[in-house]
Design a protein around this ligand. Sequence first.
Ligand code: HEM
Length: 149
Amino acid sequence: MTDFLATLYPWTKALHIISVIAWMAGIFYLPRLFVYHTEKTRPGTELDAVYQEMERKLLRAIMNPAMIGTWLFGLMLVFTPGMVDWGMVWPWTKAAAVLVMTWFHHWLGKRRKDFAAGRNTLTGRRYRMMNELPTLLMIVIVISVVVRF
Ligand code: HEM
């Protein structure tokens, strides 16, 4: 099994990076949509419905499949022989940041449902602040996996 994963390695890594790019694109964009949804519309208007559809499609068609792909190919890399030395620090910083990123994804999913039900309570400023979190996590992840301290 591990020999098979070693053969697949370049493809697994390519698919991991492709999935990561799609996931990050969505995770950076969805909170921006929430900022404008909060500040430029009111529940029940035509524009509210447009934002709701954009948010639903972004989450269901891009972010959910991209997150699943990132995890699937990432775990295949973890089980590929020689990839991860758990005695080093970087796998732990990367794992911690990835878990927080996954939590953030689900937090965004819950906020999307709030908008869909017309009961968003957060301000545009709050969404702007939350938008910084995936950027910080992405920096930690890329430094972990590339610098390998
Ligand atoms: C979801 C769980 C994830 C797991 C289990 C995982 C696991 C891994 C592993 C084991 C490697 C090492 C492959 C190698 O040494 O060639 C890797 C590579 C990589 N990961 Fe992840 N990863 C995950 C999520 C992410 C996320 C969220 C990002 C970016 C925000 C990311 C970015 C990268 C990059 C850029 C590489 C390539 C590094 C290189 O070429 O040396 N990963 N991943």
